[in-house]
Ligand binder design. Structure first.
Ligand code: 0XW
Ligand code: MG
Length: 367
């Protein structure tokens, strides 16, 4: 099988309401969908959609420029040889893993369709028919966050991430206490500062919330700041934004900097890289999520397939953007949340067949 063409599509993904984090708020996003076309009629789909230009160094226009650079050199390659495909991308362009991730995801989709298996089956096998997701409560007033946490618990969620940062630390401390008071026992909590806290405020917050069972996700901007306060914190530390690639994850683990990860599929380089990180975390007994920063059904399906293969005792859930997006690329098989859980797709490959009328005409084509 050979790649004969690559088509790149823009998909508008308006955010329902707006998604507020410590340092940025997004209300409209444009996702980039990649279609790999082969000479035997199988097509595969991938996607990449950074949550705006500020959350991480990745951004929508950067992804498209990288795809323009990489695309032509992949025509003629065998897409099921995913390791070789990834090496070919590295020879064509340094970095830009989040753009290469869209190609990698599409190649896994082709593999699954070609072998008649789901991506999760090729990755080691699914642990069940459904997997847990977690709910992310955006930065909001303490009372509102507490009410929402309670509602989500009643809905069936078993893990909640509370966004903090970008305001007075007292309001964050108050929010976490209110949320804890509103919850019945059993909910797992993460306080995600999205890099925004000074080490001083991270220490204040952790010490003033010492009775709350929670993890602190990406409290500060750099590994050095986290290292400096790590042993004075009262809470486990999870790394998210700084877990940029396989090497970054290994560095954080080998220096004893973290107790777990919020992982992002496209940031680390796609399904192949996320599966490698999954295995490294398993070897060290470290819990982690399988998320992406944003995206539609294709990104969501890829996160769910990898998430379905993670040892349940270490799985912190697959966050997907579905609650903030209206509609699906695939009306029948689109990825949906029900009672805090997501059904693992049943069709071969990713199990998503996008409605091509929603993708429109390609914005770029190669081959
Ligand atoms: C909750 N998320 C997975 C969605 C937003 O992109 C932020 C992210 C996080 O954990 O930082
Ligand atoms: Mg995070």
């Amino acid at each position: 099988m050979k790649l004969t063409a690559i088509n790149v599509y823009n998909v508008d993904l308006p955010v329902v309401g707006s998604y507020r984090m410590a340092t940025t708020s997004v209300s409209f996003l444009q996702s980039t969908v990649v279609e790999l076309v082969t000479d035997n009629g199988i097509t595969g789909f991938g996607e990449t959609c950074p949550v705006g230009p500020v959350y991480q160094p990745q951004h929508m226009l950067g992804a498209r420029a990288a795809l323009e650079e990489i695309g032509p050199s992949l025509i003629g390659l065998e897409p099921r040889n995913i390791g070789q495909l990834n090496r070919a991308m590295d020879l064509a362009l340094n970095g830009s893993r989040y753009a290469k991730a869209a190609i990698d995801i599409a190649a896994w989709d082709i593999c699954g369709k070609s072998y008649g298996r789901r991506v999760c089956d090729l990755l080691g096998g699914a642990t069940g028919e459904t997997i847990p997701t977690y709910y992310s409560i955006i930065v909001k007033a303490p009372e509102e966050a507490a009410r929402e946490a309670r509602e989500r618990q009643l809905e069936g969620y078993s893990r909640i991430q509370v966004k903090i940062g970008g305001r007075h630390i007292e309001e964050d401390i108050e929010t976490l206490h209110r949320v804890q008071e509103a919850l019945k026992p059993g909910m797992r909590l993460a306080a995600d500062a999205n890099r925004s806290l000074t080490s001083r405020d991270a220490l204040f917050l952790s010490q003033r919330c010492r009775d709350i069972s929670m993890v602190m996700e990406q409290p500060c901007n750099t590994m050095e700041e986290i290292a400096a306060i790590r042993h004075q914190l009262c809470h486990p530390v999870y790394m998210d934004e700084l877990a940029e690639d396989v090497n970054g994850v290994m560095r954080a683990i080998s220096t004893g900097l973290v107790d777990g990860f919020g992982l992002k599929l496209t940031r680390v380089g796609g399904i192949s890289a996320l599966a490698t990180v999954r295995d490294i975390c398993e070897a060290r007994g470290l819990p982690h999520t399988c998320d992406d920063s944003w995206g539609g059904d294709i990104v969501a399906a890829a996160c769910v397939h990898v998430g379905a293969t993670v040892a349940p005792s270490r799985f912190e859930g697959a966050w997907i953007a579905a609650p903030y997006i209206e509609g699906h690329y695939d009306a029948e098989n689109g990825i949906k949340i029900d009672g805090g859980r997501i059904k693992v797709p049943t069709g071969p490959g990713l199990g998503i067949m996008p409605d091509m009328s929603k993708l429109g005409s390609p914005i770029m084509s190669f081959g």
